[in-house]
Each structure stands twice: as C-alpha cells, then as structure tokens.
Design a protein around this ligand. Sequence first.
Ligand SMILES: C[S@@+](CC[C@H](N)C(=O)[O-])C[C@H]1O[C@@H](n2cnc3c(N)ncnc32)[C@H](O)[C@@H]1O
Length: 332
Amino acid sequence: MKIEGFRDLQRLAHGFQMAKVFFTANDLDLFTHLGQGRNAGELAYTLGLDARALGLLLNALVALGVLEKDGDLYRNGATAAEFLVAGENYRGSIFKHVHHCWESWSALPQAIRDGAPELAREKDLLSGTEEQWTRDFIRGMDDVTRDLAPQVAAQLDLSGARRLIDVGGGPGTYAAAFLEAFPGLQEVVLFDLPGALKVGQEKLQARGLQDRVRLVCGDFYQNDLGEGFDAVWISQVFHSQTEEGCRLLIDKAWRALNPGGRVLVHEFLLDDTKTSPMTAALFAVHMLVMTEGGRSYSGSEISGWMTEKGFERPEVCSVSQDTAVVLGRKPC
Ligand SMILES: C[S@@+](CC[C@H](N)C(=O)[O-])C[C@H]1O[C@@H](n2cnc3c(N)ncnc32)[C@H](O)[C@@H]1O
C-alpha cells in the first residue's frame, strides 16, 4: 500500500471506524431485517433499538456504499443484498468472526510490549467454550473458501490420489472441492476438533456429501492422523502454530503418508522480506494477538522444514491472489 501525504494517513487511521460501523450492522443482522426497504424508526421499533442512534448508523452505512437511501427509506446495496441477507448465499459469519477478534486487537499495544497476548482468543474460538464464536469462525471459513476452494483444486494435480486427509479441514469446503475435482478419490477424511466438525457435518450434509467424507474428531497435538494416505492437505493451519507446531505437523504428515504421497500446505505466504504481500504481513499481527506463538510464514521456511524431514524438492505454487501451496513428496 502506498502512503502519499497526510490525507492517506488520516484514511488509514479512520479505517477502524468504517470496520466498526459495518461489524455492528452485521451483528444486528440489519441487512436481513431491511427487507425491501425500511425507515430508521420502523426498524428501530422492530429490533428494540434507539431510533436516533440507528439513523446515524444507517446514514454511515449509506456513506460507506453498503446501503442506499431513498427519501427516509434505507435498502441494501447490491453486494449487501447478495451476501449479507440470511439464506443460502449468506456470508456474514466471517465478519462476525473478525468482530469477535476486536478485543484481542485492542490489546495489541500490550502484546507488542510483552511479546505475547493476554487475550490469546483463538483457543476459546476452538475449544467450544464459546459455541457461537466457534460456529461463526468455522462457518466464516466456508464463507471465504466457497469460491476459492474449487479454483485452488483446479490448480493441483491429485489425480493419482485415492485417500486424502484434510487436517484442520473445518467446514469441509476443500474436502468437497477435491471430491468434485478428483473422481479417483475413494476416501476423504476431515480431521478436526469437535466444534469445527459439527459445522463440517452441517455443511457437508447441505452439499449432499455426508456419505463421501469420513469425519475424524481429533487434536493434532495429541493424536496421530492415521496412515495409508496419498495426500495430506493442511490449509490455513500453520499460521496459528509456532515453528515447533509446524514441524510437528510436517512430521505427522510424513507418518500418515504412503511412499510417494504428497503433503500440501496452503497458506497466506510471506515473501522472504516478510513485508509482502500485505494480507500475509497483517495476518502475522492477527496471529500475534490471537494465538500463543503463531505468525505468517514464508515459502522458504516451510520448504526448509519439509526438506529437513526428508520430503523431496518442495515446490511453492501460487494458487490464488493471496495464497500459495507448499508441496512436498515423500520418496517412494
Ligand atoms: C483457520 S481454520 C482453516 C479451516 C480450513 N482448513 C480452511 O482452509 O478454510 C483452522 C482449522 O484448524 C483446526 N484446528 C486448530 N487446532 C487444531 C488441533 N489442535 N487439532 C485439530 N484441528 C485443529 C480448527 O478447528 C480449524 O478448523
């Protein structure tokens, strides 16, 4: 991103206000409640909110381009109508999830001072102690990967694989995309913690794939992944682990794979400067405040750990605008 002048600094600094206005509207499900168009008083009455305050929020949402206003009637803009209204196409869970992380981000100065966050909230998101958070988190993963997973699958060659395990596969979106792209797959295992698997089950049922994916409830710190797999897919899991945790996962993948099998690690990868791309550099800070020791990694770091383990000539392949796969083959 380029900063050229004081105005750009102001825009950067005020970004949090835009985000908070949007998160608040999304948490209140205003986009669903707006229906074909409502005025602030009516909507406030329905939802038990303050009409004046809601009017200010709605006006700001119009200014941000999310809503449209006609006289005193507010209605969804095209993008809000497409993605933020309850129904099959709804993708607001990801933003509820990001909003759950707000408190941890507020503690960023403390994390920078002490080197670790007091509110490492990712474990609460995953442990099931905050059930709604877990649901929003894992449904949110489906929101962001629904379009991406088929595109990623189309760029990989898993045509020889018969058994694949999706480690930390959450909503099963990649498992579904692989089944679609590679008809030779005879078994796909979705391995995850119990709260995530509940959402995985719900999503796979909605796709009619509940009989084609085996759900295995486990914790990769405590449990092995099983054995006899031709491919181990680990997507967006490394960043929440320490380097030691990443090496442990590579070791577990090695043990789970048949000779000639492949491990595929999908991430927001940093380049070797660790400052680019911006998504990965910001994600590293997100992991600083949310986890105990996670960060974004570079392709050369992950390839290096794979090589140390014995994987042959790991390759880094860009598979989307923001993500890449590091692929290593276990020798035959
Ligand atoms: C960021 S999500 C990624 C979900 C999916 N792989 C994707 O790319 O969209 C991380 C996933 O790792 C799972 N996970 C985290 N720690 C785990 C552990 N110790 N054992 C098993 N799964 C874990 C989470 O439950 C979650 O589903």
